[in-house]
Design a binder for this molecule. Structure first.
Ligand code: 5GP
Ligand code: ZN
Length: 112
């Protein structure tokens, strides 16, 4: 089965893009959990953060830098949260590594 986030990166299925460059794409989550909920992904397919960190740590840095820039663009001066769910217990449902950027409301801790 095709990877849905590879298809979004390729433009095969639509998404509300907020950022795109030669390495990183970011788009609004289809089921937002906060007023700002953006997913930041590498164009390259990597199954999870560990695989990406091993294969291409610079690209992991690119994801975080893009997320911080989008947070600034979205005026999240009061703060925001980056989340990388990993594996079943971590709540990962799409096996293409993605950073959740959440903001626009006060986020409680610990998460559920
Ligand atoms: P995970 O649970 O893997 O950490 O996060 C996957 C996220 O992707 C979920 O928040 C879900 O709402 C979002 N998502 C899944 N499929 C699509 C899609 O086709 N388009 C968009 N924009 N978001 C998606
Ligand atoms: Zn993929």
């Amino acid at each position: 089965m095709e990877c849905p986030f590879c298809m979004i990166a390729a433009g095969t299925i639509p998404a509300d893009l907020v950022h795109a460059d030669d390495r990183v794409v970011a788009f609004r989550d289809i089921n937002p959990q906060a007023p700002v909920h953006v997913l930041v992904i590498p164009r390259e397919h990597h199954g999870n953060v560990g695989a990406l960190a091993t294969a291409n740590p610079e690209l992991l840095g690119d994801l975080l830098a893009a997320a911080a820039q989008i947070a600034a663009d979205e005026d999240l001066d009061a703060g925001y949260r980056l989340v990388i769910n990993t594996g079943g217990d971590g709540g990962q449902t799409v096996d293409h590594v993605h950073v959740h950027l959440l903001g626009g409301r006060h986020l409680t801790w610990p998460p559920g």
